[in-house]
Ligand binder design. Sequence first.
Ligand code: FAD
Length: 365
Amino acid sequence: MLKKYDYLVVGAGFSGATIAERLASKGKKVLVIDQRNHVGGNCHDRIDRIGYVQEYGPHIFHTSDKEVWDYISQFTSWHPYRHKVLADINGKLVPLPFNLNSIKICFDDLQYKNYKDLLIKKYGLNKRISVFELMHDKNKDVRKLGDFIYSNIFFNYTKKQWDIDPEKMERSVLDRVPVVVNDIDAYFNDEYQGIPEQGYSKIIEKMLKDCDVHLETDFFGCRDVVSYDFLIFTGRIDSFFGFSEGEILYRNIEFRFDTQKNPFQKNSVINYPSLHYPYTRITEFNKFLNIKSTESVIAKEYPSWEKGFVAYPVQTRENLELIGMYRKKADKLKNIFFAGRLAEGRYLDMDKAIRSSLDLFEKLG
Ligand SMILES: Cc1cc2nc3c(=O)[nH]c(=O)nc-3n(C[C@H](O)[C@H](O)[C@H](O)COP(=O)(O)OP(=O)(O)OC[C@H]3O[C@@H](n4cnc5c(N)ncnc54)[C@H](O)[C@@H]3O)c2cc1C
């Protein structure tokens, strides 16, 4: 006779694993399925002879949510890692977000001093200003600096990443490109940051230890043969409804991996905003865990419409409305719950995906 489950959880990424772990900890019978041949979703990784590899691109855990940090830290110890990003601008490697060190690298001493004094006087030390604000400053030198950052970093990167004319992007996007008035090279400001010492997939394996897990199992192929009371779906919300309202538009990412001599580059992640390079960034994964093997796996990242995997929902009005329509349909269903980046139709960092599933667990009572 078929085993009967309290919950079927579709997807073994952080969203599915968190809700499954919480439910199993309360004695619920939980089946987790994933169409892929591994757990971890897009955070899947491995440590092998050559070192560390993240199969779906660079993932750095960072959060200011202490509850999420404490929750996930039950399943791992952390390699202390503070993320820094460098960008190649005309052959020079400069810290991102653009800060006083970046200005020092890009300009001569006189210009550097001038920009530094102007920014500190106008905005104050440690302030984060948007590039849009700089481009519209009263002072012409500050405007010039804003234009430099816009054209050398934002413009081409955006064109490659989204394949749209950056001039047509919402102002809110420009507002989110910060310039920082200090010399601290830090990509995230969150209090808690790190890379799990054994990787993300090991965390998820531990989280799922009290659940039944079936890999290479597509929900649409098994939904009628599995017996369960409640469904938690973390796949694409449009696929769940058979694309009845149309297909949500995603920008894909394709990673091309290569093995190189260690060390390959100066930093774990180097961005390439220039259109001269077809990729947006290169990651050398061993640097995340400070692994000193003779070789190192690197990945070049190519945004695409067809290749790779769905990564970011496109932020156009039509697309956001379509996502909203599916979410309304989802809200009407009984005993079926949607969680995670694909089911909610929005980009979620790992901590936000975990938070969302912890909140869903509370809601389920
Ligand atoms: C390039 C990139 C870099 C990122 N970097 C960071 C970072 O540095 N820090 C950070 O915090 N976050 C980062 N993220 C975000 C992070 O990947 C997500 O927060 C996380 O993957 C969300 O987990 P999830 O479980 O919601 O989705 P996923 O990890 O996508 O898991 C969903 C799972 O559902 C399965 N599934 C879907 N449909 C079906 C079906 N029909 N049947 C069976 N299984 C199905 C899929 O196979 C998948 O395994 C990054 C994302 C991208 C794209």
